[in-house]
Design a protein around this ligand. Sequence first.
Ligand SMILES: *Cc1c(COP(=O)(O)O)cnc(C)c1O
Length: 793
Amino acid sequence: MSDGKKSAFKYDYLGSDPKAIQRSVSNHLVYTIGKDPFTATDHDWMMAFSHVVRDRLIERWMETQRNYYRHDAKRIYYLSMEFLIGRSLEHDAALGNGGLGRLAACFLDSMATLNIPGYGYGIRFEYGMFRQKLEDGRQVELPENWLAHGNPWEFPRPEVSYRIRFGGRVMEYLGPDGRRHFDWIDGDVVVAQAYDTPIPGYHNDTVNNLRLWSAKAYEDFDLACFNMGEYTHAVEEKTQSENISKVLYPDDSSTRNQALRLKQQYFFVSASLKDILRRFSIDHDDLQELPDKVAIQLNDTHPSIAIPELMRILLDKEKLQWQLAWNITTRVFSYTNHTLLPEALETWPIQLFEQLLPRHLQIIYEINRRFLLMVGNLHPDDREIQRRLSIFDEKGERRIRMAHLAVIGSHKVNGVSALHSELLRSGTCKDFHEFYPDKLINITNGITPRRWLLLSNRPLSKLICDAIGHDWVRDLDRLEDLVPLADDTTFQERFRAAKQANKTRLAGLVKHYLNQEIDPHTLFDVQVKRIHEYKRQLLNVMRVIALYNRLLDDPHADFVPRTVIFGGKAAPGYFMAKLIIRLINDVADVIDNDPAVNDRLKVVFIPNYDVTTASDIIPAAELSQQISTAGMEASGTGNMKLALNGALTIGTMDGANVEMREKVGDENIFIFGLTTDGIEQLKRKVYHPRHYYETNPELKRVVDMIGNGFFSPTNPNRYKVISETLLNSDPFLVLADFQDYIETSDNADACYRNPEIWNRMAVMNTAMMGHFSSDRTIKEYAEKIWGVEPVSR
Ligand SMILES: *Cc1c(COP(=O)(O)O)cnc(C)c1O
């Protein structure tokens, strides 16, 4: 494969002129889909067309892979439990919960566009993120059987499969070299089979690969059982092993104590590592070269079992000495941290871990023993620091702290925004930062401008291309060429018209799918993201209630007519988040049925927020709600998408909002609320939410209405737990930020009343978002962590 000969393939061997495409569609309809053009459904035509596109990707995919071999290129392997790819012509591939999975998808797009040999590795979940439906304002979860109608984008690779072991025991033996060796044997075996999805770059003929693993039974049917009449038993075993890749856990923070979740993690990590080593050994026989040819990025701690797994392979299979194996391992791995919240950091009970992965536990003990020895040498009299840094949490049920394992086993660890990385260094990972002063770095997240502007917002893309050309699609900093146009009233007017077209389109979709009227001439005020207490959708509804009260008190008040749009899924077991969804819908109902206000205030909850709905909503947004409790949102990427599409941010000093403010300037963003320090101080002094309630009549009235059943007259106690929580503990400091939020929202309204001011600010937001392209993010990973450069073609 790497014989250096030029490939026989020409890129576009099949042709891309209209005639060639037409002919290919007809051929695929008949020969691939097996349909007569007279009876073919729209779906059949779509499948045929997808195959036509796919054919043209395959040529380029093969050529790209050959080229990587020719250059003996260093490969980047992005290991992630989730890839939220979204729609490719038709169905939305929802193999992720939210930000983390979407980041992985944006990174694949950027790596391909930058000619970086990046491979995604993950799980081919049969059921993706659940579909959300609303029934009487409540979230109902429906299974997302996304493969039911076939997936034209994937190639099953039955020949690429690996046996993955669980359980069993560790055998110790004396090798011919006179050393003790270990071998993991027995237990249950599941087969991981590869499915490949081509990932094209933007107009560059590079096509990278996303390889997802599906679990298959090791032996389809145990014939011995079958003969003894235990047919059902044999089928049961088969079903059990195939359960591993059955369903994505719908929890956007860690899911505790789930043996199946741990199995999923090891399953895809082990298969991926075997595959990576197989590819490496095609052209290399010295494992010491591994770090020169392979970089593995761990997207959060979910794939961090890769660290002991690579150690196991190097020690037990390749018979390397510990120190050499460890040196190779730490140079290969790097880890991205996505959370500061100690309760969201992943840990596994030692007992469960030992049952499934006994050899890995031994290796982790040894990693920890050697690490704590070094810590002990540096701090001989400090037992406490050893306790804090240990991989094992010894309080209560003993647990493995996966973040500690990931930090110790990686050469670089990155946070995902400047603030988040700073808080990691000064707080959550302070001891580690002192121990490894160069390890913790920042790489601020980004989003792909191809999907989040070019594809999803045609009116604005066209306007931008007409004004400054199309270089921005690959080089988003070029959007700064729009800055001089921010003051140009003709351009402002065109910018506004593009926004208007998107608003009208969204209103049409809302009418069509939800049968609700929203007025596209009102301010579109948008909060779309997972429903979580720290993201404070509750604070937003409380503002809506306050606005409603103003209209009730003064029907002739000077009021900016607005449509407040919510969207987002709650984890199925997250009681408070689900209650907040219901409250939003109950508030929407009361306002809708009040003719005194419903021409100026409207609330709509758009169900099933996913990449497709995001692409419909975001281009139409004017005000972007990014209001998390400071210090709790690692970065956010929704904030970037909305600002890129010309929405103005109202937000707290949290995550990447801080850097967005630096870029657009304080005059082009609405910042409010407590800072991370302010929150710390308040919490240290003992926080009294009731104080705010008692001294702020507008706030008191809102909290009382929630608590006394104003929005749930048939069940007045429905939201009591919300008002009680707010008054008694308010862990997300909603009450502390309420007043500043309302005033800042009023400020935003004041700007909106003057279209010239607002449009100028909106243009400046689009113009100054270049920094938040995932191309920039990937270039930083390439330079600061992976040590790779684009491969020339
Ligand atoms: C971008 C995106 C997210 C992340 O949004 P945040 O506001 O950063 O939490 C979640 N879900 C989908 C579908 C997205 O496209």
